[in-house]
Design a protein around this ligand. Sequence first.
Ligand code: GTP
Ligand code: MG
Length: 278
Amino acid sequence: MGRTVWFPGHMAKGKRQLEALAANIDLILEVRDARAPNLSSSPFLHIFAPKIQIWTILSKADLADPQITKIWTDHLKSKKLPTWPLDLRKGGLSQIRKELKEKKPAFRDLRMAVVGIPNVGKSMLINQLVGRKAAPVGGIPGITKGVSWFRGEGFLLVDSPGILDPHSDARAHRIISWIGSSRGQVIGNWEEHAKECISFLITKNLWQGVESAWGIKPEGTPAEILGSVGKRLGKLLPGGVVDVESAGRVFIDAFATGRLGRMSLESPGDPPLWESLR
Ligand SMILES: Nc1nc2c(ncn2[C@@H]2O[C@H](COP(=O)(O)OP(=O)(O)OP(=O)(O)O)[C@@H](O)[C@H]2O)c(=O)[nH]1
Ligand SMILES: [Mg+2]
């Protein structure tokens, strides 16, 4: 059997590095994906002091259903987690900056750690807060490989690698790969991920975006629907057979980057998302 978890060495190292500096941190900025705020929560917040303040950034809010994001924001705020839904590519951080200024200790900079699972926008948040392209950003998970400090006006920020929980359910890891936060090719293959995602979207009534983007109806088995995707996108092998691996990769990438429309995968109080997979 193949691997069910992507947990490369830089994640274990990043976790050790965060543990080593945890005592010096005043505030955590936890970045979660607005499309699945529970699934994408950071598994390692317990390494920080139990009473440390955590602010939640719901990144990629431009890819989520705005009504459900509003429900998440109210829900997290009701749990005393200041929460900011954002499209980090656009900015919109003036209110956060203002509130951070109020948090600055009198005689030194405010020290913050930006944490979260891979590819949720931690480094992009840092660049927005410091006002320049300081931390490397990229579209595949695993860009940041170690911790580094960045200085802003009155604060210091530590960027950290995206870290996953190697012990969480294998199904959770698969859904995390659909939103671009794990390496789908390491924990399975694109054909299987796409078929599972297709079945999930149809069951959850989230197919509309796919139909609008590619004109494909939710009819037939997931394998047949993936075949239609392949034909629609011209992912064909010699002889006209659909290249299902390539079609699957494009399907998941389109889903992860929002080309199939705005979608929220979970709402507060839902059972764990992966329970709906076999
Ligand atoms: N649409 C959209 N894309 C975003 C947003 N925030 C980040 N991205 C994109 O998400 C990708 C990952 O951004 P990074 O800042 O590198 O993410 P990270 O959490 O630092 O990733 P790792 O270092 O790999 O853990 C990039 O392609 C960004 O352009 C957002 O709010 N909306
Ligand atoms: Mg990064």
